[in-house]
Design a protein around this ligand. Structure first.
Ligand code: BEZ
Ligand code: FE
Length: 642
């Protein structure tokens, strides 16, 4: 059984994108009608937006918030506040603006609404650190806790990547130290682990695309959770060191957190192995301290106190200052221990993780992912980085051997070698692994109310022969005659005239013309244009099931795994019309073979249609002895986006 004490610090949190639009409502909810708007110089654009949202509720403004909350600045702001007889405070900005707001609230008792633009988390704590005569004094009081926090993800989209990283790691530090705090409780544990996981996944995404809204939301959500932990439980060695370095050596706050955290964690790791394991799991790394170091390094964040401008000669006095007062920490804090932590942080060494293969592999993966960081296109960075992560994870999860990997490379080499103008083995591979259908599913799911698409396959050829309306694409090949009468419409049902419709199919034996060198030219393929009713009609033959080519690596794969090579009988269509999205699809013969085990996973229920048996006169009077079939269908095309 776990014994614990849990204290919550009540504040109202409004979270989302565009939530600044609710500031006025939130101010009025606190009974205020004349607020002081606080910000700092660099946040002019953000405070202008807030001013616009608040309109007549703003009675005065002060944009002079600075780091470390000096009391002289607070006095100036207090003058503005009193002169305008305000009844509430709205602060937009990072830790400095929040600090000023808290200092004013402590002196006046006025309610506060904070809109944070960084990940500092202090907006949800009842703690205020002020500087008086160069000394930082920290106090805690319910009067300091802001009443309302409005998190608006839109206000974080333009935070530069370097600040995003350091501010995000500042939040990470709150969560990490909450987990091994002597005051930790089940609520803060959950909040801290959730925050760590969000930070671990959001930061790399933001490095690829700093305006990724979902990643921004994850990080801001994490900042709130980590701030809540900071409010609820005491912090340890890491915070003490950062406090000392910030106050006594004038090092920048968030950057110092970023450099020191992996080293403080490495120091505490032997005393909190369970916590470190949970942090490592939340981050998806084998070892927590080195994992944090690698994360920061891969994001281009600062890793050494030297780079932050600290003189090596200051290390001894910093260690002495940090060791001078006792404070709770999972591992006993000694002067030598602190000196060791500071030396590691000053040099920027990677904290030694356990010498495991996993750790090395994780480092290798991150190194490869980071190698794409300079690629100019964000999408390229994301796709290549993620591909590498998945490939490395696949190799690791299956313990792939050297011989197996050489076999795989040989397989791919042969797949490439067999490709040519009429043979596309990579398409076959993608199709038989279901990847083409997966991509197709995702694409098609974005266009409801339209005909589902289906894989293109390897047998399409550019520029098929023009076929007149009512013409015959069978080239005289044997088979059951098929009359095709299809219409092309838009999502509203209106006919789409002049659409270019390419059709292609296999012969009665299941071969495409490109597989039959004895054929003189293209057969069983054609290009038609829809008439004013959006209609095309032509003769062909009933398609039959067929095996995909089995004489290459893909055929070997199917044989080796006991899979049959057959496709269900179908007719291919590719439809292009101005103002509409191209539709690539297939119509399958209902009742045909292999409908439920198509080897390329291409069958969709809506595409299985009747190729209705007929006898007697044909629609265009063509004489046909015996059975013929007819296919009637209406395609619905999606409009072009935007
Ligand atoms: C086809 O339908 O032409 C096809 C599709 C995928 C793989 C092989 C053939
Ligand atoms: Fe086909």
């Amino acid at each position: 059984m776990r014994t614990f004490v849990y204290t919550s610090h009540p504040s109202r949190v409004v979270f989302g994108a565009g939530t600044a639009g609710r500031l006025g409502e939130e101010v009025e909810r606190l009974g205020c009608s004349r607020v002081l708007l606080l910000s700092s110089g660099p946040l002019a654009a953000a405070s202008a937006k807030v001013r616009q949202e608040l309109g007549g509720l703003v009675a005065a403004e002060f944009d002079g918030a600075v780091m470390h909350t000096p009391v002289e600045v607070t006095e100036q702001a207090l003058g503005v506040l009193r002169e305008a007889s305000v009844d509430g405070i709205v602060a937009v900005g990072g830790g400095s603006t929040t600090g000023l707001s808290k200092a004013l609230a402590l002196r006046t008792g006025l309610p506060q609404v904070i809109l944070p633009t960084t990940y500092a988390g202090s907006e949800v704590t009842p703690v205020l650190g002020e500087t008086r005569d160069g000394r930082k004094v920290t106090q805690s009081s319910p009067a300091i806790l802001p009443e309302t926090v409005v998190y608006d993800v839109d206000f974080t989209l333009t935070l530069p990547l370097s600040l995003t990283v350091t501010s995000g790691v500042n939040a990470l530090a709150h969560a990490v130290e909450a987990l091994y705090s002597a005051d930790a409780d089940p609520v803060t544990d959950q909040q801290a682990l959730d925050a760590i996981a969000r930070i671990g996944r959001a930061l790399p995404r933001l490095a690829a695309d700093p305006a990724d809204l979902e990643a921004r939301a994850d990080l801001l959500h994490a900042a709130w959770l980590a701030g809540t932990c900071l409010a609820a439980v005491g912090m340890g060695l890491h915070h003490k060191l950062c406090h000392t370095l910030g106050g006594g050596f004038d090092l920048p706050h968030a950057e110092t957190h970023t450099v020191v955290l992996p080293h403080a964690m490495a120091y505490n790791a032997p005393a909190a192995p369970g916590v470190m394991r949970r942090i490592a799991d939340a981050l998806g790394v084998p070892d927590a301290p080195s994992g944090v170091h690698d994360l920061v390094a891969s994001l281009g964040g600062p890793t050494s106190l030297r780079d932050l401008g600290m003189a090596e000669s200051d290390l001894a006095s910093a260690a002495q200052a940090a060791a001078s007062t006792p404070y709770p920490n999972p591992r006993e804090v000694t002067a030598e221990g602190i000196a060791e932590v500071l030396a590691g942080a000053w040099h920027g060494c990677r904290p030694a993780g356990p010498p495991s293969t996993e750790a090395e592999l994780a480092r290798l993966t991150e190194q490869v992912v980071a190698s794409f960081a300079q690629a100019p296109e964000a999408r390229v960075r994301t796709l290549l980085g993620d591909l590498v992560r998945h490939l490395h994870a696949f190799v690791a999860a299956n313990d792939v051997t050297d011989a197996e990997w050489r076999h795989a490379i040989d397989f791919l080499t042969r797949t490439g070698e067999i490709c040519g103008p009429t043979r596309q083995e990579f398409v076959l591979l993608s199709d038989t692994l279901g990847v083409s259908s997966a991509v197709d599913l995702l694409t098609n799911s974005r266009t409801p109310h339209t005909t589902p698409s289906a894989v293109l396959g390897p047998f399409y050829t550019e520029g098929p022969p023009d076929t007149p309306r009512g013409g015959d694409i069978s080239g005289g090949l044997p088979g059951t005659p098929l009359w095709v009468d299809v219409r092309v419409a838009d999502t509203g049902g209106a006919p789409v005239a002049d659409a270019v419709v390419d059709v292609w199919q296999s012969d009665e034996d299941g071969f495409y013309d490109v597989q039959l060198p004895e054929l003189a030219g293209p057969v069983l393929r054609g290009r038609l244009r829809t008439d004013a009713e959006g209609r095309i009609r032509f003769w062909s033959i009933l398609p039959s099931e067929y095996p995909i080519p089995g004489d290459g690596p893909v055929g070997q794969m199917l044989k080796a795994t006991g899979r049959h090579p057959f496709r269900a009988p179908h007719l291919h269509f590719m439809i292009d019309a101005p103002g509409h999205r191209r539709l690539v699809t297939q119509l399958f013969v209902s009742g045909g073979a292999y409908l439920d085990s198509d080897t390329v996973f291409g069958v969709k229920d809506e595409l299985v249609v009747d190729f209705t048996p007929q006898s007697g006169p044909t629609p265009d009077g063509r004489p046909v002895d015996g059975e013929w079939r007819r296919l009637d269908y209406r395609f619905r095309l999606a409009p072009l986006a935007g």
